[in-house]
Design a protein around this ligand. Structure first.
Ligand code: FAD
Ligand code: NAD
Length: 479
């Protein structure tokens, strides 16, 4: 036994590193084990989010938006640029620099907080003689050692789901990591799944000129979003040139002569298409391979997720689990909050995670954001509600930006006026959703929001007007 800790965290992604830093802040002797290997062969902390998820995808979304705007937004401002080109090496290189900056930043935070960092794979063995939980580390050099802690936090994250008939070869059939580092813009890009990754990364390559065909198995577009918001988004993605086919299930994908030949099935039968690259983005699964000794006592559900209670406790003394590896949405900020809450519960404090106000953001153009319930959910639950909405077309700032697309929709309880959900599509909504989450967290009403002063002219006036509209008193539209 080489060392004894108060807390060992297995997994240094968003959920794990937040847990570790908060535990260290609370005076607990903390270690993190993470296996992620960066491009230089060294440890790269930050998990999926910093290495191949949130941050690199947003870097490419922002770069590709700048390029797309040159031809599609700036001319309306009287600005024209001829022969604009993308240097893909710089485009991808910028993203890689950002990734390195942030993964290195986590390593520095660990140092500053006196967290011991191990590079390798952790396996929960179970109780040891000292009454703690033993964890075996297999270093990336193959060396094994065992350490122990009173508390172990499992934060092993998730990996992309692989379709048995379209296995990743990382050359033609790619996952999110592959789609973040193509060395040329594919002429034809196929995307399986019109979910968050399909729409974000499909947009990146479409904006650079790829012909993008998205096959979505479900008949409805963005079924988890509010139907009005999904309708606007679908129209805008059509204008961008994303060719989204709904109710289209991939049945075969074969790589032949440097092309991928696809067969999909929809209500009209079988269809064949050929693409140069195929991005498979049909969801992610919790990753627990090699994480648990057979007799660790930790249980998995039917989808392979670690079973936990409402306090992220596994039921095994001193063993907790957080982030993508457990139930709930697979979002970095959900993992942040669970990680910090578990550290606080371990330290005897009052941790807190409100699963009802987790915001969702899709960083496409226009952006999509929501928190709380949709109209469909409220109808199913028999909860009486009233709706207010306001279009960005009537917001001076949005028109001045030439981005007057979309709307804010607010749903409040019909009797108490409490805000139950806010749904948005349009410019800057990734930021606008935050004030709605605050209002919902404080159990605010539409009336509260309507009485709060919003600066003029800003995009946030759309939130204010939507709140006024709940009570049929929006100023800049008919009610
Ligand atoms: P992960 O980030 O997956 O980290 C787990 C870490 O544990 C990894 O480093 C892994 O190598 C390591 N590990 C696993 N098993 C072991 C073991 N046995 N021993 C040691 N180490 C181990 N979410 C958002 O909120 N906003 C976004 O904009 C967003 N964009 C995304 C874009 C893409 C392309 C993808 C793929 C995901 C995106 N997500 C986004 C989701 C987000 O990345 C995840 O929800 C988040 O990373 C989950 O955090 P986590 O700590 O639970 O797991
Ligand atoms: P997703 O669940 O968002 O979407 C997957 C889509 O694929 C679904 O619409 C599903 O119906 C479809 N699908 C499944 N099997 C199919 C098949 N055989 N043929 C055609 N379509 C099929 O999953 P994702 O896009 O892979 O992303 C995974 C997770 O990563 C997201 O759920 C989200 O939690 C996280 N993420 C978040 C962000 C963000 O917050 N902006 C960005 C990217 C990823």
């Amino acid at each position: 036994m080489s060392d004894k800790f108060d807390v060992i965290v297995i997994g240094g992604g968003p959920a794990g590193y937040h847990a570790a830093i908060r535990a260290a802040q609370l005076g607990l002797k903390t270690a993190v084990i993470d296996a992620f290997v960066g491009k230089d062969g060294k440890q790269a902390l930050g998990g999926t989010c910093l290495n191949v998820g949130c941050i690199p995808s947003k870097a490419l979304l922002d770069s590709s938006k700048q390029f797309y705007n040159l031809a599609h937004n700036l001319p309306a401002h009287g600005i024209s640029v001829e022969n604009a080109k993308v240097d893909l090496k710089t485009f991808i290189g910028r993203k890689e620099k950002i990734v390195k900056q942030f993964t290195g930043g986590v390593a520095q935070l660990f140092k500053a907080n006196k967290i011991t960092s191990y590079f390798g794979t952790g396996k929960l063995l179970g109780r040891d003689k000292s009454g703690g939980n033993a964890v075996e580390i297999t270093g990336n050099d193959g060396e094994k050692q065992t350490i122990s802690a009173t508390n172990v936090i499992l934060a092993s994250g998730s990996v992309p789901i692989e379709l048995p008939f379209a296995k990743f070869d990382n050359k033609f059939i790619i996952d999110n990591a592959g789609a973040l580092e193509l060395d040329a813009v594919p002429k034809r890009l196929g995307v399986i799944g019109a979910g968050v990754i399909g729409l974000e990364l499909g947009s990146v390559w479409r904006r650079l000129g790829a012909e993008v065909t998205v096959l979505e198995a479900l008949p409805d577009f963005l079924g988890t979003a509010d139907a009005d918001i999904a309708k606007v988004a679908s129209k805008e993605f059509g204008k961008l040139g994303l060719n989204i086919k709904l109710g289209a299930k991939l049945t075969k994908a074969e790589v032949k002569k440097s092309e991928v030949q696809l067969t999909y099935n929809d209500k009209d039968g079988d269809h064949d298409i050929v693409v140069d690259k195929l991005l498979v983005a049909v969801g992610r699964r919790a990753y627990t391979d090699g994480l648990l000794a057979e007799d660790s006592g930790v249980k998995l559900d039917e989808r392979g997720r670690i079973i936990v209670d409402e306090h992220c406790h596994t039921g095994v003394d001193g063993v907790w689990a957080v982030g993508d590896a457990v139930r709930g949405p697979m979002l970095a900020h959900k993992g942040f909050e669970e990680g910090m809450a578990v550290a606080e519960w371990i330290a005897g404090k009052a941790g807190h995670v409100n699963y009802d106000t987790i915001p969702w953001v899709i960083y496409t153009e226009p952006e999509i954001a929501w928190a709380g319930k949709t109209e469909k959910q409220l109808k199913e639950e028999g909860i009486p509600y009233k709706v207010g909405s306001f279009p960005f077309a009537a917001i001076g700032r949005a028109v001045a930006m030439n981005e007057a697309i979309g709307q804010v929709k607010m749903i409040a309880h019909a009797e108490t006026d409490r805000i139950l959900g806010v749904h948005m599509v349009g410019p800057g909504v990734s930021e606008l959703i935050a004030e709605c989450v605050v209002a919902m967290e404080f159990k605010g009403s539409a009336e509260d929001m309507a009485r709060i002063i919003h600066a003029h002219p800003t995009l946030s006036e759309a939130v204010h007007e939507a709140a006024l509209s709940v009570d049929k008193r929006a100023i800049h539209k008919g009610n």
